[in-house]
Design a protein around this ligand. Structure first.
Ligand code: URA
Ligand code: CA
Length: 434
């Protein structure tokens, strides 16, 4: 086989066989095929696409390029959840204990990641002495004993995707639905889940800005799940404003605790209940989504979800006192309010710019080695459709270092659009694809 012939075939719009894809993927990981040939192939895929079977084959080959985690020491159906990313997305911190409190095991491996705030692992590390790097055996034991564990990724997961994603990033080939779908799903398959709930965000703060593309991505990922025999449901949800109010690491942990107490922001609570019900359904715990939502709302009301979060924290060496006393979490030295400059209704919020404002304060990483300040970030006091008077607080910024404060304030203020006419809120959940 020759890479040239495979590139040529895809350029002409033909379907590649599993053997041809295997030749490319393995050859690339082993550095037998150079970047420029894989880049040419990726560009051919960008223009010609791949069908469901090709996409599933590519996904499986990328998953199998590194460690395949075997979750079978954990009893029960393991359902993973993945979000394509947004601003202030605290759902994992809430969903893990919430779903576990309903009796479904949650074995979650999460990342740190580059972004406006840290990833789930950074957020959890704002809990004093919380340990996110358990051994494999301890991880399994904790899930079996407590129904939940959340740890950082270890091992050599999907090296083919790592290499290919970095190459796509510099060759203008990221925005290809089959390549994105296979990239995301390869990581989920390598992680060992039996079933997968995907939160595909759409809107100005999302990777997929428009609904049509978000839907295509959702369909492509669900199709991969079908081809490889893992039940997959994709939720297309709104990201035209940050989720909840908090954007920042410890601030999001505080928001998660409030939500588990049943006192969280309505949008964040609703999304967690929706996604959690999807997880319960795929795990066979409930026969309908309504039944799942009902069960989860009960767990939020009766304190069992919150108690499960305390159990999770204790089992991973952290101090569960934070649940009763939020002031034990990292807290910034200073706060400042950003105020509305005119009266009217909030009609739009540029979610990415809100994220950037938090990042400017030090909540996120600009590159892999940046240090983040777990205490800083912001809280939105107004969301879309809220009415505001001139001088009302739009957001509270939490900061330690005032060097970039003015820049963060300006970014935040400019993220808000205030108009005379009221604009109704978008739906939170647009569609479920299964
Ligand atoms: N996120 C991923 O993990 N992969 C892509 O290709 C795009 C977004
Ligand atoms: Ca939030």
């Amino acid at each position: 086989m020759r890479a040239y012939d495979i590139i040529y075939k895809k350029r002409e719009g033909q379907k590649l066989s599993k053997e041809e894809l295997e030749f490319l993927v393995n050859g690339y990981v082993d550095s037998k095929i150079p970047d420029y040939q894989i880049a040419a192939w990726a560009m051919a895929v960008y223009f010609q696409g791949m069908d469901a079977q090709e996409t599933a084959n590519l996904t499986m080959l990328m998953a199998e390029s590194g460690d395949m985690i075997d979750l079978s020491p954990i009893s029960g159906i393991k359902v993973d959840k993945h979000s394509t990313g947004g601003v202030g997305d605290t759902t994992t911190l809430i969903l893990a204990p919430l779903v576990a409190s309903a009796g479904i095991p949650v074995a979650k491996m999460s990342g740190r990641g580059l972004g406006h705030t840290g990833g789930t692992i950074d957020k959890l590390e704002s809990i004093p002495s919380f340990n996110t790097s358990l051994s494999r055996d301890k991880f399994f034991d904790n899930v079996n004993q407590h129904g939940v564990a959340v740890v950082g990724q270890t091992g050599n997961l999907t090296p083919a995707d790592k290499k290919l994603y970095a190459l796509r990033d510099v060759t203008a080939t990221v925005e290809s639905i089959p390549l994105i779908a296979s990239s995301i799903m390869s990581k989920k398959l390598a992680g060992g889940a039996d079933a997968i709930v995907l939160d595909v965000k759409t809107g100005n703060g999302a990777f997929m800005k428009d609904f049509e593309n978000a839907k295509k991505l959702a369909e492509a990922m669900v199709a991969i799940g079908k081809e490889v025999g893992r039940d997959t449901a994709a939720y297309i949800t709104d990201m035209n404003q940050p989720l909840g109010q908090a954007v920042g690491n410890a601030l999001e942990v505080k928001e998660a605790i409030r939500t588990l107490k049943g006192k969280g922001p309505a949008d964040l609570t609703e999304l967690c209940v929706e996604l959690g019900a999807g997880m319960l359904q795929l795990a066979g715990k409930v026969s309908s989504l309504d039944q799942g939502k009902e069960l989860l709302r009960t767990k939020l009301k009766n304190g069992e979800a919150l108690a499960k979060f305390g159990e999770l924290i204790t089992a991973q060496g952290g101090s569960a006192k934070v649940i009763k006393d939020l002031s034990l979490l990292p807290t910034a030295e200073n706060k400042v309010e950003v105020k509305a400059e005119k009266s009217g209704y909030v009609s739009a919020i540029k979610a990415l710019d809100v994220g950037l404002a938090a990042m400017i304060l030090g909540a996120g990483r600009e590159n892999k080695d940046s240090k983040i300040d777990l205490a800083v970030g912001l809280e939105l006091k107004q969301k879309i459709a809220d009415s505001v008077e001139k001088g009302d607080t739009l957001a509270v910024l939490h900061y330690n270092d005032s060097a970039n404060l003015e820049e963060a304030k300006a970014k935040l203020l400019a993220a808000f659009t205030i108009t005379k006419e009221k604009k109704n809120k978008n739906k939170l959940l647009y569609e479920i694809i299964k």
